[in-house]
Design a protein around this ligand. Structure first.
Ligand SMILES: Cc1ncc(COP(=O)(O)O)c(C=O)c1O
Length: 343
């Protein structure tokens, strides 16, 4: 069978034998009764890593973000976020559909916006005829911008501004682990600037399912209620949580390898005539590039016919995401194939 190099997403990884063994051996109970020891252990461990009072296991990153926003807001409130934020682009309009909230968009550079850009968007408290500014959301790393890292000084400054205006801070940290290994800044150091954090186990960490939200005990108590109401209460979820626990304990450091693969691929692609890569945005495990030869659709089909699967980013942009189920050598193969297509 022909080897397929699948770079569409870091969510495509399959659980390793060791992870499957941890799942097999998981102690379970009914998590809706809070009686699943493995889920309880995962939540405790995640809260510790993120430096928060409590955490809650949820089925997906989308649910993690949307529960967090729901708990922090009331209908008619406004959340300030970057124009390419996942909560705006890729969560099926849920802020409106599930929480009745509006999003106010900031035009960031490589996914990063500054306090100067946010301040004019904060609505005066006295303006009863306007939406009420309630939350500032930051995505780190930023998916649609190409896995870019928000500098910690900038996060601290935006968070200080949020405090000044009594706004909550939410972190979409689906890939906070990637930011952490790339910078050496701990997840807790990032998380301390936020009231709520959502992070994923099912992306670069390789678990088959699951995300976590973290915050104060009161926040998590409310989140627990919303999760149940939205149908996210799971029963013997320890089988899945065991994979998440395994991922948190074993698969964070190795993300560095994925970053090395992305850098290698990006450099090789940048050297191909007709391919353009914004090298400054290649900071973790995502490579965004454009090419001048074919329409995006035809380019993706041509690659796919030859065993290389790629995805898309913004209009006209092709996305390659590295992960644990592809090797460094396969980056050379992928670049060779693209070079052939470009000739
Ligand atoms: C930045 C970001 N946030 C949230 C999500 C949502 O995660 P899920 O697919 O588990 O709903 C993703 C998924 O790719 C993401 O990249």
């Amino acid at each position: 069978m022909k080897n397929i190099i699948d770079l569409r997403s870091d969510t495509l990884t399959k659980p390793s034998d060791e992870m499957r063994m941890a799942m097999y051996e998981a102690e379970v109970g009914d998590d809706v009764y809070k009686e699943d020891p493995t889920v309880n252990r995962l939540e405790k461990f995640a809260a510790e890593i993120l430096g928060k009072e409590a955490a809650l296991y949820v089925p997906s990153g989308t649910m993690g973000n949307q529960i967090s926003l729901n708990v922090l807001t009331k209908p008619g409130d406004e959340v300030i976020c970057e124009k390419d934020a996942h909560i705006f682009q890729y969560e099926s309009g849920s802020p409106a559909a599930l929480s009745g909230i509006m999003l106010s968009l900031v035009d960031g550079v490589r996914g990063v916006f500054t306090p100067d850009q946010v301040e004019p968007l904060i609505r005066p408290v006295s303006a009863y005829y306007m939406a009420r500014s309630r939350v500032i959301e930051i995505e780190n790393t930023h998916n649609r911008a190409g896995g870019t890292i928000n500098p910690i000084e900038n996060i601290a400054a935006v968070s200080a501004l949020g405090k000044k205006y009594n706004l909550y801070m939410h972190l979409d940290g689906a890939r906070i682990w990637n930011a952490s290994v790339a910078t050496g800044i701990s997840p807790a150091e990032y998380a301390k600037h936020f009231d709520s954090v959502s992070c994923c186990l099912s992306k670069g960490l390789g678990a088959p399912i699951g995300s976590l939200i973290a915050g104060t005990k009161d926040f998590i108590q409310e989140a627990y209620r919303v999760r149940k109401g939205w149908g996210g209460g799971m029963r013997q979820a320890g089988i899945l949580a065991a994979a998440g626990l395994y991922a948190l304990k074993n698969n964070i450091e190795r993300l560095k390898e994925d970053h090395e693969k992305a850098e290698t691929l990006a450099k090789k692609l940048a050297a191909i005539p007709g391919v353009s890569v914004d090298m400054e945005s290649v900071q973790t495990n995502i490579v965004m590039f454009t090419q001048s030869k074919l329409s995006v659709e035809d380019f993706l089909s041509k690659c796919s016919e030859n065993g290389l699967k790629l995805g898309t980013g913004k209009v006209g942009v092709i996305r390659a995401v590295t992960h644990m189920d592809v090797s460094l050598n396969e980056m050379t193969d992928a670049a060779h194939l693209i070079e052939k297509i470009m000739n």
